[in-house]
Design a protein around this ligand. Sequence first.
Ligand SMILES: NC(=O)C1=CN([C@@H]2O[C@H](COP(=O)(O)OP(=O)(O)OC[C@H]3O[C@@H](n4cnc5c(N)ncnc54)[C@H](OP(=O)(O)O)[C@@H]3O)[C@@H](O)[C@H]2O)C=CC1
Ligand SMILES: N[C@@H](CC=O)C(=O)O
Length: 393
Amino acid sequence: MDNKLTLGLFGFGVVGQGLHDIIKTKNLNLAIKRFVIKHPEKKRTLPASLFTTDARSVLDDPEINTVVELIDDAAAAFDIVSAALRSGKNVVSANKKMIATHLEELVDIQHKHGTSLLYEGAVCGSIPIIRNLEEYYDNELLHSVTGIFNGSSNYILSKIFNENLAYSTALKQAQDLGFAETDPTLDVGGFDAKFKLTIVASHAYGLYLSPDAILNIGIDKLGASDIQFAREKNFRIKLIPTAREINDKAVILYVLPKLVSPDNILYAVENEYNGVLVKAAFADEQFFYGKGAGGHPTGSAVLSDIAALRYGYKYEYKKHLGAGELTYSTDWDIQVYLRYEDEQLIETLGFSSISERFYANNFKYVIGKVNLGNILKNRDAVNRDGVFIAEIA
Ligand SMILES: NC(=O)C1=CN([C@@H]2O[C@H](COP(=O)(O)OP(=O)(O)OC[C@H]3O[C@@H](n4cnc5c(N)ncnc54)[C@H](OP(=O)(O)O)[C@@H]3O)[C@@H](O)[C@H]2O)C=CC1
Ligand SMILES: N[C@@H](CC=O)C(=O)O
């Protein structure tokens, strides 16, 4: 099938412009009829007549059969995407916060209206992980899906570890390069990685979960002593989301910084690059590597989804058909490095074992095993100034 696609594009920022750059270099059987933006006063690189702030002019246009949603407002994005799907238009989105928060509802709308929502660009930029989890790993038992899912935090950590840049300078660079979210707390606080993990959990394990139920600790409390500790032990610190089957009934999910050694493939993933490490029963380990942020890498994933709509591609959410087989659990001990100030925190977290302890005037840490559920329950006590927690193998 080679249907002509007539697009309405919401958003002409980093990703919207990146997509447009790619589309204009190719002779594709598609046309962008209209761009919906928020600030009409902004200077654009295309004729003003193509831009509007009126969402209805796209949603109510019967000639537009495909909506591409690339805006930085998750609430508005949900309204746009759900209205488009309900009106019979297929949609491509890169909005991981919106998708992670509303996935089950969006799947229902697609089923009811026979439309398709694709979102490869929402998870790890240019890396084609969603379609692989849907299609390639359809029958494989997946032991785990982990990796580096956020380009901005990885960029910041790379600049700190490799170039001794200050955290704030590195963050500013990630923003200037268009990698960071409009609210960069989403990146450095591990929220963005968690939204992506929530989407991965659906396609890998058939789970619909509220992101709020999942632990995310970011890199924003990283301090000079943690960096020194990591360097002395020849570790690098990476922000790692983890989805892992702990037995044939339960899956654990969390986002934590991790101290990784040079023999870990993620050690060498630098800057805005992402890496997805899939461990499957028979295929064993497989590694996907590519740019996780930026207009062109993300635009290429968005374009791949647009092209897939030409032949009627839909996610089938097949793993949800056996729903109930696997449940989400937080009852699992993980080994962590914890820098802390108040001894009470060690009690509160209820370490089941401690293998190393260090006290100095301005630097105290323990290494030991703690239950994931306890960290989740006490996340406010852990996610505060003076404390830094990271997984350690
Ligand atoms: N940057 C990246 O590397 C990646 C981003 N993403 C996701 O892609 C989406 C877009 O990100 P990005 O391009 O970086 O964001 P930008 O901030 O660069 O651009 C956002 C665009 O959205 C428009 N906009 C905001 N609100 C509305 C609204 N209510 N109606 C219509 N237009 C609106 C803005 O309009 P105006 O131009 O008038 O201000 C702007 O054009 C986000 O969901 C982000 O999480 C996904 C993967 C990678
Ligand atoms: N802010 C995100 C953009 C891509 O998803 C990131 O840094 O990874």
